[in-house]
Write a protein that binds this ligand. Structure first.
Ligand SMILES: Cc1cc2nc3c(=O)[nH]c(=O)nc-3n(C[C@H](O)[C@H](O)[C@H](O)COP(=O)(O)O)c2cc1C
Length: 318
């Protein structure tokens, strides 16, 4: 099946969609958009976090997700993001974690459309980049259709025309962040209805998608964002021919490892970079040994052993 690069994108995931994952994804398919893990505006402004993306030359398909609710600080962060070469900024209005909610950002912003509008207007006064919003269909007892409709209506006034909707409500007081990803039921119909009501907006649906075979919903929304399954198997976005997929995968993993080797020399190595490839050969013979080798490399940083493992053809089709 041909992959529609514009229809799918990869969700922001804390501790997962870091610069290394974005780079790996770019090797697999440079046309798929990937959203960075949430970065707080203050972190962007005060730290060197964006520098960790400097090794990626083309950042056009990387969307930076910013968290926060202070208009001027968000605008300053957005300016910095732009100066680093990213095209699109996404505002997190969906995270239900206690820490985030008590900081009055994330999902609590769904109930503050005027404030979010002010944030976007302030950002637009500093940069011309596209600004998109990621949110959920409701929060706690505020899950009437009116809540989300009013939110979009207000943000349209600030020129926002792209919304990513996690098709679940958030339950902030009773559920953990993890449970909020699984327990509130998915309601795709609500997102389809939103698209009908805001048909000029780009509406991307998110939540529970396992693969790229959901073409039957193509007519209901403008795109699908995939999170957990995309992390587990980023290879689903590969467009190389099936008959040489394994060779192509090995080639890409080698390129990735060579980059990491240079990073070790420059002391920019991060352990998460190896987690991203730990499961990449699952389903092939030799995958268990591969996972062990990655664990050793995590401990001793000798990536050469991973390259040798691949060179000796230890991974094979079952
Ligand atoms: C480990 C993890 C970290 C996440 N971090 C973020 C985040 O930083 N920002 C955000 O908007 N959503 C975050 N999410 C939520 C995902 O973006 C997505 O909305 C959710 O996983 C549902 O999509 P899925 O069913 O395809 O995984 C995270 C999810 C996971 C599993």
């Amino acid at each position: 099946m041909a992959l529609n690069n514009n229809f799918y994108c990869i969700a922001p995931m804390m501790g997962k969609t870091d610069s290394f994952f974005c780079y790996l994804l770019g090797l697999i398919n440079k046309k798929i958009s990937v959203y960075t893990e949430m970065m707080h505006a203050e972190t962007i402004i005060r730290s060197k976090i964006l520098e960790s993306y400097n090794f990626i030359e083309d950042k056009k398909k990387i969307v930076v997700q910013i968290a926060g609710s202070k208009p001027k600080r968000l605008a300053l962060a957005a300016k910095k993001v732009t100066e680093f070469g990213f095209n699109e900024i996404n505002i997190n209005c969906g995270c239900p974690s206690n820490r985030v909610v008590s900081g009055k950002f994330g999902i609590s912003l769904l109930l503050e459309p005027k404030l979010v509008r002010k944030c976007v207007e302030e950002i637009h006064s500093k940069v011309s980049n596209k600004v998109s919003i990621k949110t959920r269909i409701g929060v706690d007892e505020h899950n009437s259709e009116d809540i989300l409709n009013s939110f979009l209506y207000e943000l349209n006034k600030a020129g926002v025309n792209k919304f990513i909707i996690h098709a679940r409500s958030a339950i902030t007081k009773k559920l953990s962040t993890k449970d909020n990803l699984n327990i509130p039921p998915l309601n795709y119909q609500r997102v389809y209805k939103l698209k009908k009501e805001f048909n000029k907006n780009e509406i991307i649906i998110n939540g529970g998608f396992k693969n790229i075979n959901k073409n039957n919903i193509i007519k209901n929304v403008d795109g699908i964002m995939i999170g957990r399954e995309a992390y587990k198997n980023p290879w689903m976005f590969n467009t190389s021919m099936t008959y040489n997929a394994l060779e192509s995968k090995k080639r890409i993993v080698k390129t990735y490892i060579r980059l990491l080797e240079n990073m070790i020399i420059d002391q920019y190595f991060s352990k998460s970079s190896l987690f991203h490839i730990q499961n990449i050969f699952n389903g092939y013979s030799g995958s268990k040994k591969w996972r062990h080798h990655v664990s050793y490399a995590l401990a001793d940083k000798k990536l050469i052993n991973l390259l040798k493992f691949l060179d000796y053809d230890n991974i094979k089709i079952v």
